[in-house]
Design a protein around this ligand. Structure first.
Ligand code: RUB
Length: 309
């Protein structure tokens, strides 16, 4: 897919979910590098950096996107010739995609160990990392049941229930506001993440924080499944994660909204769950308490404070 097509598909959410977004962006970047017909190394670098910026600007919250794209374009600084830089970009892109797919598998293995026979799980939105754990546990022969939320306004829950149904997992499909009603029947909440801050707070689909609150009050375990490239290094510098606010028409049809001049429709796509409400973050490097987020940023993202400036 062309760079502009991938950027448009990420923006309009045909490609969605933090891991998939990161892999699609990196693939587009590799494709762009492969076809970039310039001989001047400076020009090559500049064009690649522009391409990286276009991709990064598509959606502001999923930190996997800048983390992945930057890990690829960082190769540009290390090579003098266009051919060497191109090769480096291609091999870093392939490496990232392989690492990402492997991480999702590894998370499924580790996450499934926390799920017992007979458990009732609840998931929100459509996270390949969280669903991977659930599918793995089912594949291991554990009898599980799932509550999946609808996920207003974009209905990502529909994708989730189709996957669960295909796997033959008994699933209850509920409106987002029914979580408190059912939470006492749930043993464990499993969600994904778009970003994880240095203080262990998790940014995920709008509604996640409300579910965490309900789970906390009911003493229900709350587990996040997230690859290490979803941790946000710049939060070390005190930078906040930007919460994307999308088109109000996703929530209320424009014709209706136009009749209500005093009503402002708000549509934040994500919210922040404080570390206090999170029992465990399952990464490909192991399951950690949210308090260890700094260690993940330091040890696995490999970025020094100087590089972040
Ligand atoms: C998707 C979402 C997912 C995370 C993790 O939001 O909030 O829970 O991205 O997904 P959107 P994954 O639909 O707005 O992109 O585990 O697949 O990376």
């Amino acid at each position: 897919m062309l760079l502009s097509e991938t950027a448009a598909s990420i923006k309009n959410m045909e490609i969605r979910g933090a891991g998939r977004i990161a892999r699609a962006a990196v693939e587009a970047l590799a494709d762009y590098a492969r076809n970039l017909d310039v001989s001047d190394p400076g020009r090559f670098r500049q064009e690649m950096q522009n391409a990286a910026r276009i991709l990064i600007e598509t959606r502001p919250t999923a930190v996997s996107l800048p983390n992945a794209v930057k890990s690829v374009v960082r190769a540009l600084d290390e090579f003098e010739s266009v051919d060497a830089a191109r090769e480096a970009v291609l091999s870093r892109a392939a490496e990232f995609i392989q690492r990402s797919e492997h991480a999702v598998e590894r998370i499924a293995d580790i996450g499934a160990r926390h799920i017992s026979d007979g458990d009732v799980l609840l998931t929100h939105c459509n996270s390949e990392a969280a669903l991977g754990c659930i599918l793995k546990a089912h594949g291991q022969g554990k009898e599980i049941e799932v509550y999946a939320t609808e996920v207003r306004p974009r209905d990502q829950g529909l994708i989730t229930i189709k996957t669960l149904n295909e796997a033959g997992i008994p699933t209850n499909y509920i409106v987002d506001s029914a979580v408190r009603y059912f939470i006492n029947e749930v043993d464990m909440v499993f969600v994904g993440a778009d970003a994880i801050a240095v203080n262990g707070a998790v940014v995920n689909k709008i509604g996640t924080a409300q579910i965490a609150l309900a789970a906390h009050e009911a003493r229900t375990n709350f587990i996040v499944a997230a690859e290490t490239y979803k941790f946000a290094p710049r939060t070390i510098l005190g930078e906040l994660i930007e919460i994307e606010e999308r088109d109000p028409a996703e929530v209320l049809a424009r014709e209706i909204a136009e009749e209500l001049p005093y009503v402002r429709v708000r549509n934040p796509a994500f919210d922040v769950t404080p570390a206090d409400y999170i029992d465990l973050i399952v990464t490909e490097q192991g399951a950690i308490p949210p308090e260890l987020a700094f260690t993940v940023i330091r040890d696995y993202l490999g970025w020094t404070i100087e590089e972040l400036q």
